[in-house]
Design a protein around this ligand. Structure first.
Ligand SMILES: Cc1cc2nc3c(=O)[nH]c(=O)nc-3n(C[C@H](O)[C@H](O)[C@H](O)COP(=O)(O)OP(=O)(O)OC[C@H]3O[C@@H](n4cnc5c(N)ncnc54)[C@H](O)[C@@H]3O)c2cc1C
Length: 325
């Protein structure tokens, strides 16, 4: 049994923890909860999946499907979906959503695996002693005695954290991300909008989704809007109130809404979705240190979805199992 530290309790970190349970696992996350970008926000009576919106029904990560069905974490719903709202292209689409919001998927997976965990613990430094054993440091504490360190956080951050141990100079291109501003808004009265989700609402809004189809308990009409990556890139430090007003005005103009909003808030995801994956550059499924003791994983290894994050963690777990016998 090895002592393994996993940094990041998003889908990739959880996949590793799930698959390496025969070892002594400690998982660290800077946030107060597991799930990372699979995030459900609650404000008084409003609920919003403002990170990952749904899991595609045709992803090919069998283990994730099997876990979702074993623990009864998801449900398939069929909705009217605009493939391209501006071009008026619509379809009926089946999607998988969390039973109690998207974050209930990683949360329940975390609750079902017995690992030591430290939340609100941002790891800022890794060191190695003369015996090849690692220590991790948060701002307040040192955590000692790890044989392996598996880093499952967005690429730019993992590169910074592991640069003493991994030689990045040979990489021709770096994997990259697109940022997204999301806007959560709701109305006291239900608006008469028959399309529940879709792409390309406006040149600056790449995705929109109604939340009432996910959360039966909602009485207000709740929506999440994703600003396009181009808009977000060009307005990365935009004043939040100005962004919210802009998104609201586009939404209301598009659907001819006259009702008053009851709530509005925005969030900036700097590393929202993978633009160029590591696998597409290198054909490899993880990055490792020279001594094969520190590894980097995450959605950015394989693609842009939460199933890619799970798949990346699962693939790395097979290799760590072989190394650690
Ligand atoms: C707005 C938005 C919409 C999306 N829509 C979809 C969708 O509809 N369908 C889909 O499949 N995917 C979607 N995605 C992508 C999906 O959410 C991600 O691919 C997936 O959740 C990534 O998982 P991960 O484990 O690789 O990374 P993350 O979820 O980012 O997990 C990394 C974790 O590491 C923690 N962390 C970071 N730095 C440190 C540190 N130094 N110390 C300790 N902890 C640290 C973070 O708090 C986080 O919990 C969306 C993402 C966003 C942002």
């Amino acid at each position: 049994m090895k002592n393994i530290a996993i940094i990041g309790a998003g889908m990739a970190g959880l996949s590793l923890a799930y698959n390496l349970q025969e070892h002594n696992i400690t998982i660290f996350d800077k946030s107060w909860r597991p799930g990372g970008r699979v995030s459900t926000r609650k404000h008084d009576n409003y609920l919003f999946d403002h990170g990952a919106h749904y899991l595609s029904t045709n992803h090919s990560v069998n283990q994730l499907n099997e876990i979702i069905s074993r623990y009864n974490l998801g449900q398939v719903i069929e909705i009217d979906f605009a493939i391209d709202y501006l071009k008026n292209k619509k379809t009926r689409k089946k999607i998988i959503i969390g039973k109690n919001g998207m974050n209930s998927i990683p949360k329940s997976i975390f609750d079902n695996i017995k690992v030591k965990s430290y939340f609100n613990s941002k790891i800022i430094k890794i060191s190695k002693n003369n015996n090849g054993i690692f220590s991790l440091f948060s701002e307040k504490e040192e955590f000692k005695n790890f044989d392996y360190v598996l880093i499952c956080i967005p690429y730019p951050q993992s590169k910074e954290l592991s640069k003493e141990f991994i030689n990045f100079t040979k990489m021709v291109n770096d994997p990259s991300y697109e940022p997204i501003h999301t806007v959560m808004l709701s109305y006291k009265n239900i608006n008469n909008i028959n399309i529940k989700a879709g792409l390309n609402l406006h040149k600056d809004i790449s995705f929109f989704m109604n939340q009432n189809i996910k959360f039966n308990e909602l009485s207000d009409d709740c929506w999440v809007l994703n600003m396009s990556s181009e808009y977000t890139n060009n307005n990365i430090d935009v004043d939040k109130a100005a962004l919210e007003k802009y998104a609201q005005s586009i939404f209301e103009k598009t659907f001819d809404i006259k009702n008053e909003i009851s709530f509005i808030k925005s969030h900036r995801w700097l590393y929202a979705q993978t633009k160029v994956s590591y696998n597409s550059i290198s054909k490899k499924n993880w990055i490792s240190s020279k001594d094969d003791k520190i590894f980097l994983s995450g959605d950015w290894i394989l693609g842009k979805s939460l199933s890619d994050a799970w798949d990346a963690g699962e693939k790395l777990s097979h290799y760590v199992k072989i190394l650690s016998v």
